[in-house]
Design a protein around this ligand. Structure first.
Ligand code: MG
Length: 267
């Protein structure tokens, strides 16, 4: 009798195990792996609706997405200050601002963490100088990690110091520079580093850069703060810090700067 029961039960258990295995491997289950929502769940909240911006032209700056924080309103530097804490002394023109050579770097008054950042810049035309001494500025994420701004159009310098390079660390994948005087765009996705409560690095900062519509940095792991001739190690930093622009003694222009913080978790 007992043997008959075993003969009945064992095939049922084996069949159940096979079905469970097939279901697990196919991903067909009541909820997607790692997610609380069932697939195509109609009760799942929809993403917020925003209005995307309009692209810039050579003559006119475009508009930011409706949910972006505008860093430059085209008229004044009210969102910026000198890194010494005094008012930013860079010159403001019609819809743009320009590095004030010798006045020092400027930074945003507010601090930002993980973000999408849009920057447009133009180097002086006609160009002056060569190598690093030609249309040099820089976008410092967290005020520490420089995405190089440089006139790299028919201007040779070291690879990890040309435009769109993570300075001293990663050259861009290609040189997508426009000629001096033309407006160029950086679209940047940045995730700051994370540290544990003891200050130990848990994960490095990462950055993706699209230069003039071309992927030039593909989610690279930043090695630490950028610097000339050195690669200093990470030190613990807050998750939000100001964005900094570099005065490298060249009147590089900027316009249409906006930023969108990346939420901790998407909808
Ligand atoms: Mg620079």
């Amino acid at each position: 009798m007992l043997r008959k029961i075993y003969l009945l039960v064992i095939p049922v258990v084996v069949a159940a195990a096979v079905v469970a295995s097939v279901v697990a491997r196919s991903g067909w289950s009541s909820a997607q792996a790692g997610q609380e929502w069932k697939i195509h769940d109609r009760t799942r909240p929809l993403p917020p609706v925003i209005t995307p911006g309009e692209p810039s032209t050579g003559e006119h700056a475009g508009s930011p997405p409706s949910d972006a924080i505008v860093l430059f309103n085209g008229k004044d530097l009210s969102n910026w200050e000198s890194i010494k804490g005094s008012p930013a002394e860079w010159k403001v023109g019609d819809g743009y601002f320009e590095v004030g050579p010798g006045t020092g770097d400027i930074q945003t008054r507010d601090s930002y963490g993980d973000c999408q950042l849009h920057v447009e810049w133009a180097t002086p035309n006609p160009p002056h100088g060569k190598d690093q001494d030609r249309g040099n500025s820089g976008v410092f994420l967290h005020g520490l990690y420089e995405i190089q701004v440089l006139d790299s159009f028919e201007n040779i310098t070291y690879a990890d110091g040309q435009a769109a390079g993570v300075y001293g660390q990663y050259p861009p994948l290609v040189n997508a520079c426009r000629p001096p005087g033309r407006w160029q765009t950086y679209n940047i996705v940045f995730h700051g580093p994370r540290f544990d409560s003891a200050g130990k690095l848990l994960c490095p900062a990462t950055v993706t850069v699209i230069h003039n519509g071309v992927l030039v940095q593909d989610h690279v792991k930043i090695m630490g703060p950028t610097a000339h001739m050195q690669r200093p190690p990470y030190k613990p930093t807050p998750e939000k810090l100001p964005l900094r622009l570099q005065d490298h003694n060249h009147p590089v222009r900027y316009r249409n700067l906006w930023i969108r913080p990346i939420p901790e978790e998407g909808p």
